[in-house]
Design a binder for this molecule. Sequence first.
Ligand code: IPM
Ligand code: MN
Length: 359
Amino acid sequence: MAKYKIALMPGDGTGPEVLREGLKVLEAAASRYGVAFETTDYDWGGDRFLATGEVLPESGIEELKGQDAIYLGAIGHPDVKPGILEKGILLRVRFELDQYINLRPVKLYPTIETPVKDKGPEDIDFVVVRENCGGLYTGLGGVARKGTPHEVAVQQMVYTRQEVDRCLRYAFETTRKRNKTKTLTLCGKTNVLTYVYDLWERAFLEMGEKEYPDIKCDYAHVDATTMWMVKNPEWFDVIVTGNMFGDIITDLGAMVQGGMGVAAGGNINPDGVSMFEPIGGSAPKYTGQNVINPIACISAGQMLLEHLGEEEAAGCVEKALVAFLESRVLPGLSVKQIKESGMSTTKIGDAIAEWTTKV
Ligand code: IPM
Ligand code: MN
């Protein structure tokens, strides 16, 4: 029996509520395939920070290194100044565990409504591979003459060839593995960012030509990418891009696939410990009300299983999710629709867990 060590980071707001359901579904699917989990809870988040003044305990990152994966609910607390928890927990884990890939599937599931007119599940199914440690997030820069009319602030977009290459390699491999249209699109801005995205483009074309002749290499500027994502999402198979562009286009991706409530992501270190999360926020005003849909967190759990190599269990989570959506007991994903239909966070989790035994 395969047994994995999973770190649970429920986090803030409704994070714990959705993570509970995610784990429920994960365990239900996994048990069918002889997979089990040994979980450890980490109470990192706003409440702990407000009570102790500490964001992460000294030993925090080291403890995570001993896990097989991390499953995160949500980070963000209304009483904590923006940036403290995001930088102190989320970004710190990404950087220190060198989770250099942020993998964000943009997939429209049946019955889920997309705001993109005349597009359906057959049109909206692509993956964004976002570089997750470098670029504008590296943190290089500074400020001088602060507070004066002559203040100057610099925040630099930094990339090394090695950072670019390892991200591109992951994207090429992902495209090959998906085996869909075998098209990898580099999303850049080579007409303006003529140093950084020139580096990306040269590295991209070189790797494509030398090592991935079976993959079609495509290119789109970031502004055009946002346009095509809405106008012709079916053109995309896999998109690879730097950290900041990836952050922006994946929020658009989340909307295209039906909203933050369905979008999941993986912070991946292919040779280390990876972290999976629903990409929506902690929705603090709904805390404790049991009204948030846990689908994004359940999808994050599916990605976690896939990452561990438990393809069958991962497939089971996805099939159960689709079966649940097709059963139409949930008319939509908003808080209002969940309340009106008599469903709840827990009931949705229960129903999807139940479906894992039948699909
Ligand atoms: C995301 C978030 C984070 C990011 C924030 C919370 C630091 O927006 O995961 O996309 O910018 O990466
Ligand atoms: Mn973001």
